[in-house]
Design a protein around this ligand. Structure first.
Ligand code: SPV
Ligand code: MG
Length: 297
């Protein structure tokens, strides 16, 4: 099974890499065509595109089905946002085996309890896992990967839960020692001060990933200078699509005509290109018998 390249290879290059959010096959293909190093299969945007909330309302097998479409549509490595791993170590190891079978490049697991809430939701109450229990999830993930290039990213939600940098670092080091290939440190501040503090204390034992959704004014070069390995643009394809869909829908309700909508949407030819209709035409030439003229009797 092709895994679309490995995230480990990206990290070995020692330069800042970028993962783009995707929530279905089409958005994964668009991210690849745009030139991203890989894809972030976001729990937030997959849930939203299913019309659901990001609190494990979609079952893990439903998310897996979405990942399969993404894998088929895109040749770049896909990092699954695996939330908490959907339970304890046992759920995590089942998930990892299934991801391996589907050619997914890695999984990110966060140190909260199932069911989790989205980290950027101010009203949510987040339940942090005990360090040793979470380390068990990481170990189980590493012990059950089938592809040696598969990566397990341990995500600490210490800052999201209002804890200090010392606790974020203590957790990150424990997760690294449990076998995590990389650490994702999340923050929802509107500046990157949490990340700055974390990176000052981090000994670069393994790559660090960040999600600058709320501290979007921080230049990527600054993050790279602090030693960050990968930046995740976690929800921007879906948010762009929502804005565009709302504008077009509103206009059509008001104007009851396609006249002014035509220039706001991609041509049909572009849609067919993204579906790779050319490939099907070519395959038809190879595999279908030539059309014979039907002569009426
Ligand atoms: C996601 O994209 O689902 C994430 C990142 O986990 S965040 O929404 O910021 O928690
Ligand atoms: Mg998520």
């Amino acid at each position: 099974m092709r895994s679309g390249g490995s995230l480990r290879t990206l990290w070995l290059k020692n330069e800042l890499s970028f993962l783009m959010e995707a929530h279905n096959g089409l958005s994964a293909r668009i991210a690849e065509e745009a030139g991203f190093d890989g894809v972030w299969a976001s729990s937030l945007t997959i849930a939203a595109s299913l019309g659901l909330r990001d609190c494990n309302e979609a079952s893990w097998t439903q998310v897996l089905d979405v990942l399969e479409y993404m894998r088929d549509a895109c040749a770049r490595p896909i990092l699954m946002d695996g939330d908490t791993g959907y339970g304890n170590f046992n759920n995590v190891r089942r998930l990892v085996r299934k991801l391996g079978a589907r050619g997914i490049a890695g999984v990110c697991i966060e140190d909260k309890l199932f069911p989790k809430s989205n980290s950027l939701l101010e009203s949510a109450s987040h339940r942090l896992a005990e360090v040793d229990e979470f380390c068990g999830r990481i170990k189980a993930a590493k012990d059950h990967q089938t592809d040696p290039d598969f990566v397990v990213v341990a995500r600490t939600e210490a800052f999201i839960c209002g804890l200090e940098v010392g606790e974020a670092l203590r957790r990150a080091h424990a997760y690294r020692e449990a076998g995590a290939d990389a650490i994702l440190v999340h923050s929802r501040r509107d500046t990157a001060s949490d990340i700055d503090q974390f990176m000052r204390g981090w000994n670069r034992a393994c790559p660090v990933l960040v999600v600058p959704t709320t501290y979007y004014t921080t230049p990527s070069t600054q993050l790279a200078d602090w030693g960050v390995s990968t930046v995740i643009w976690a929800n921007h394809s879906l948010r762009a699509a929502i804005q565009s869909m709302q504008e077009v829908c509103q206009r059509l309700v008001t104007e009851k005509s396609l006249m002014h909508v035509q220039e706001r949407v991609v041509p049909l030819a572009e849609l067919f290109r993204l579906q790779q209709m050319d490939e099907l035409k070519e395959a038809e030439r190879r595999y279908l018998p030539p059309l014979r003229e039907v002569i009426p009797e």
